[in-house]
Ligand binder design. Structure first.
Ligand SMILES: [Zn+2]
Ligand SMILES: [Zn+2]
Length: 331
């Protein structure tokens, strides 16, 4: 689907059980086309990409550059196959490039680190095994190869027609980037800003110590830009970027209020806080206990991210007791 002059959006399907598609974008150029993100590595995804490119009146072989907004499997997964087919160069931010081995190849090391994080943050022993393995199935949908181009904030990627400025926007992933077309006033936001969902920001073994703090700073960075269109990695294209940023910031403030309320009844681990505050699943309110395993793990790691930011903001304090990380309200 043509979304702007010379810019086509292709919807790449997800493995069964996941309700949303990934949006990838083809930017036509005199020096070959740029593809932004690739989708999961699956038969259906590759077919959808091929059909989408054909539908735009373009050819796979003319894709010269593939830029990946971040390391998650729904954006990076198919990149190695695209490279094999098109001979395109693949680019990703240097931080996410360095996470490819620890995230997708060193399973044993990753599982051990996730288990440590979950245990320290209060996950009970009977819930630990399923929580720690909740994301392993995704590895089936990724073919790993470290991209040859490592991007940094301020770099540009161009093809004669479009000039994309790399904006490092850590938070959703530590090496997440947005791509800003200054003269045409549009931005490709990856998973940094989505229109109809709040992007997931979690504390995990690779997130850095304050991922939500990083995310909020990255939101403020893009909110100031003069753009007419935001082209996200999921959901509809939208145009009130500053307004959407405000709504997302608002959501995090509400979440912090719920956490403070939970801490008013005593010292708690992040797991205990997550089990106590309201959640949302498929657009409906849901209790923590009723969430699917993967959603419960996201709830716990998101709660840790909030508590880390609130510690930085001096609203809560973090104390270690018998190997468990506990939080206490300071307000
Ligand atoms: Zn993502
Ligand atoms: Zn995504």
């Amino acid at each position: 689907m043509r979304v702007l002059d010379g810019v086509h959006q292709i919807k790449i399907p997800s493995p069964s059980g996941i309700a949303w598609d990934t949006n990838v974008y083809v930017l036509e150029g005199d020096d070959g086309h740029i593809l932004v993100d690739s989708g999961w590595d699956s038969h259906e995804a590759l077919w959808a990409l091929q059909e989408g490119i054909k539908g735009a009146g373009l050819k796979l072989r003319d894709i010269r550059k593939l830029v990946i907004t971040h390391i998650h499997p729904d954006h990076y997964g198919l990149s190695t196959k695209v490279k094999q087919i098109c001979g395109s160069e693949v680019a990703i931010h240097s931080i996410d490039a360095n996470l490819i081995f620890p995230r997708y190849e060193d399973f044993a090391g990753l599982l051990k680190k996730i288990e440590d994080v979950l245990r320290r943050n209060g996950a009970p022993e009977d819930d630990l095994p399923q929580l720690k393995e909740a994301s392993l199935w995704m590895n089936k949908y990724v073919t790993t190869e470290v991209p040859e181009v490592k991007l940094e904030d301020g770099d540009t990627v161009s093809n004669g027609s479009f000039e994309l400025e790399v904006l490092w926007t850590p938070g959703h992933s530590p090496g997440h980037i947005c791509l800003f077309e200054r003269s045409r006033k549009f931005i490709l936001t990856g998973d940094h800003v989505l229109f109809d969902t709040t992007p997931h920001v979690s504390f995990n073994p690779h997130s850095g110590d304050n991922p939500l703090g990083d995310y909020v700073s990255s939101l403020q960075k893009v909110a100031r830009l003069k753009v007419h269109f935001a082209l996200p990695g999921h959901g509809p294209v939208f145009n009130a970027l500053g307004l959407r940023v405000d709504q997302i910031l608002q959501h995090h403030e509400e979440r912090k209020r719920a956490i403070m309320k939970s801490l008013s009844s005593g010292l708690k681990t992040a797991y205990a806080v997550a089990a106590d505050i309201p959640w949302n699943a498929a657009g409906r309110n849901a209790a923590f206990q009723d969430l699917a395993v993967w959603d419960r793990r996201m709830a716990v790691t998101e709660t840790i991210a909030h508590l880390k930011l609130m510690t930085q903001e001096d609203r809560v304090a973090n104390v270690d007791m018998d190997g468990a990380s506990l939080y206490i309200a300071k307000d």
